[in-house]
Write a protein that binds this ligand. Structure first.
Ligand code: C2E
Ligand code: CA
Ligand code: CA
Length: 389
């Protein structure tokens, strides 16, 4: 690999060249940002190693320019300062759309550099299905088009496996909505769920999805899943309609899987009194309840204190960062401790690498979900892969 390194301390050149050389990498060392620019123009490296303090400028100053001209070259940050600064620099870079393989304290470079460089190509990506379609649709999908799709039943449930962390076998699945466009093509949830929530169509969507799931019960039953997780946007839902829909689902799946409702508290803080009523009705209707996206909402801990949840889903941002930020790793362990002390099952989502999987199992997570084990897929594919396992 070719590493282009920017550090104003020329003594680092020897250390870095010797160490990276031992690992079989070539280092091109620069001490000013203009030298780095020239170097990148001559030949694009595989990785840029960037020191945060550069004398008259800082590594952060260089990021804007890198984002404009070389957004696809991954970065590794270096600093002699504390981990907090490295962590914030990493977030700034990611906020500008740059790829960051690691943020290394100079004191730990020998240990951490090989690991950071090994990230190249190691993460599992979802199939590139609808990124383009989604970007287009966000601009073009109107409320009318969404309403027409709902009327025509153009909502398809996709299924993503959820595994037991103990056996690594699928024990459940999350149902994720997809919109089937009349002109062909499939839209991911991010492209129409927020629109459905804002326009009040979310309840119709939930109903269409629920009916479709009930039709699919005979196909899902042979898989013997313990539970099926369905998302509900708590803030925008009509309580009575939702509770009745969920009751229908619970009854239809009574002979096969438990229905687990994943409640997200999107956008506005829902009235706690309303949440008490909704969660109680859902539980009385026979569903289990999971608090989704835990750790990023406004009221999550208050909600845990008073609402009848059975499970908690740690937001995938904590999993994504568990090796980059000590803070995230510590928070993850604390959330787990808190959840277990409240008798809640813990699901970690967004698991993309074996290293994440192994660490999550080691700290005691109950269930795992993520591209490492399977992307969300249509029923036919889900049933076929379920028969194989
Ligand atoms: P969510 O409930 O947090 O669902 C997880 C999202 O993360 C899904 O995106 C899933 O495809 C994605 N994901 C799964 N594994 C990985 C992974 O390993 N790495 C990464 N980076 N992502 C992963 P999706 O399907 O686009 O759904 C986005 C959100 O839309 C969901 O977030 C959920 O809040 C909402 N949503 C989806 N279907 C429905 C629905 O039927 N009703 C409601 N109300 N909301 C829904
Ligand atoms: Ca969810
Ligand atoms: Ca989530």
């Amino acid at each position: 690999m070719i590493l282009s390194c920017l550090d104003d301390d020329p003594r680092m050149e020897r250390t870095l060249c010797r160490f990276a050389g031992l690992l079989g990498h070539e280092v091109r060392f620069q001490t000013t940002s203009s030298a780095l620019r020239d170097d990148l123009e001559r030949q694009v490296p595989d990785v840029i190693v960037l020191d945060l303090s550069l004398g008259s400028e800082t590594g952060v100053d260089v990021l804007g320019w890198l984002a404009d001209y070389h957004p696809s070259v991954p970065l590794v940050f270096l600093s002699g300062q504390g981990d907090e600064l490295l962590d914030t620099a990493r977030r700034i870079a990611q906020g500008k759309g740059l790829i960051v393989f690691g943020a290394l304290n100079k004191a730990n470079m020998v240990r951490e550099l090989p690991e950071a460089l090994s990230r190249r190509g190691s993460s599992v990506r979802p199939p590139p299905v609808s990124v383009h379609a989604q970007a287009q649709a966000q601009q073009t999908l109107s409320v009318e088009a969404l309403r027409d799709c709902l009327r025509a039943g153009r909502i398809a449930p996709y299924f993503q496996p959820i595994l037991s962390a103990r056996t690594l076998r699928p024990v459940g699945a999350e149902v994720l909505s997809r919109l089937l466009l009349p002109e062909g093509g499939v839209l991911g949830a991010e492209a129409f769920i927020p629109l459905a929530e804002q326009s009040g169509l979310i309840m119709d969507l939930t109903r269409v999805l629920g009916e479709r799931l009930i039709e699919l019960e005979p196909q899902l039953r042979p898989l013997g899943l313990d539970f099926l997780s369905v998302n509900l946007s708590a803030a925008n839902i009509e309580r009575k309609g939702a509770a009745a829909m969920v009751k229908r689902l619970v009854d239809a799946f009574a002979g096969s899987s438990r229905i687990m409702i994943e409640l997200t508290e999107t956008a506005v803080l829902p009235d706690l009194q309303q949440m008490r009523a909704l969660t109680t009705q859902l539980r009385l209707g026979g569903a289990s309840l999971s608090l989704d996206d835990f750790g990023i909402g406004y009221s999550s801990i208050r909600a845990l204190a008073e609402l009848p949840y059975d499970a908690l889903k740690i937001d995938l941002s904590f999993v994504a960062e568990m090796f980059d930020s000590e803070k995230s790793a510590n928070l993850l362990a604390s959330m787990l401790y808190m959840a277990h002390s409240l008798n809640l099952q813990v699901v970690a989502e967004g698991v993309e690498t074996e290293a994440q999987r192994d660490r999550l199992i080691a700290i005691g997570v109950d269930h795992l979900q993520g591209y490492l084990f399977g992307c969300p897929v249509p029923i036919e594919q889900f049933v076929t892969s379920g028969e194989r396992t």
